[in-house]
Design a protein around this ligand. Sequence first.
Ligand code: GLY
Ligand code: MN
Ligand code: MN
Length: 443
Amino acid sequence: MQPITDTKLYAAHLEELQRRYDSALESANLEAVVIGAGQPAPIFMDDQHLPFKANPHLVQWVPLLKHPDSILCYRKGDMPDLVVFKPADFWFQNSPLPEFIKDAPLNVLTVSSGVELLEHVKKLSPRTAFIGEIREQEDSFGLKRINPQKLLDELHFGRAIKTPWEVECVRHANHLAIRGHLAAELCFNEGGSEYDIQLAFRTACRVTDEEMPYPAIVAINEHAAALHYQHLDREPGDNRSLLIDAGCAVNGYASDITRTYSDDPVFGLMIEAMHELQRELCIAAEPGADYRELHIAAHHSIAALLKEVAVIDMSPEEAVETTVSRSFFPHGLGHFLGLQVHDVGALLANAKGDEAPRPDNDPYLRLTRILEPGNVLTVEPGLYFIDMLLEKLREAPEGKHVNWGRVDELRTFGGIRIEDNLHITESGNENLTREAFAAVTAN
Ligand code: GLY
Ligand code: MN
Ligand code: MN
């Protein structure tokens, strides 16, 4: 896939952002906003810093991922000023600006000192808010309205509708990550360790650890039972199963993709069945669908699979009602995806900040909205054998409905998660992940 060069799409994105900011500033009775990129967090008693993660509100305007201390100033109805901070510092090299912003409707200025940044902010109306992280008092340039909730609620609610530019960024992030997923699968089949597999992923995508939107989860065998398993065993061993959850970012927009592999005949069939039920859930993700209902539907499908493979001997309905299915699928079906992997606005019922509540028993569901065209989200059902949860289930009255011998056979494979990224359209959705797998494997 070619890099995104469509400057018209980017210009239209900026126009839409202006419209959204005009409305949000108006509702919050404000004239202007200063968005700070932020700074990298210092390491305790050291002269180093943690990797820099730019404020997503700034990145939405301009993918300025490597320019700490820069700001964007937006006055209602005006062209935004991007004030790029390029310190005169002989210890480091300043990063280049993204090429495509050259012709965009932005005033781009460069400064090299905090005093110059402050001068710029001082020119703005007293009704100016600051959006960004405050570590030192002076970080907000003396502005008193810091991260006003009313302003943020409207902006966060709006961020759930991606512009065509944003959708293209996530599409590209999927294409890039699929190369890594194919390399990872190959490495697993050749007997690679978790460390080798994550290296194969990063080498294929040509990304550093810091450039990934989240740390890759590369879990072999029982390790797949830890939902966000974070270690990387170096030693190759007996590769029975692999769960890999890894994505890439393009212009700050993430992909978030999981696949599970095994050539064990029984566990392999369970993976196939999970693909099947995941694809059905994806089809149901259309405008007007309540994501909470999709999440419950996922529980019913997973409970039916548990019965089919003789892990439980109760009806799927009973397994869901008694929360038995939650011992095997304890997380939410998915989340919004964008500048943040678990993107904002997913629990908001409206732009005023009212909450769309989670169903009872689902504290980890991260998306409770009715789906709309422009949403970008994940669908990621899982089925795991998690010791901690199974021990509790064994003690509960429902424990008698579990075939514990079967559980012991399967727990050595850890678990299964299948995760795709969807773009909701007027008529249904585009599955950005499966499209990318098909396109990359066809080439
Ligand atoms: N990679 C984190 C998640 O799937 O939500
Ligand atoms: Mn996810
Ligand atoms: Mn994931």
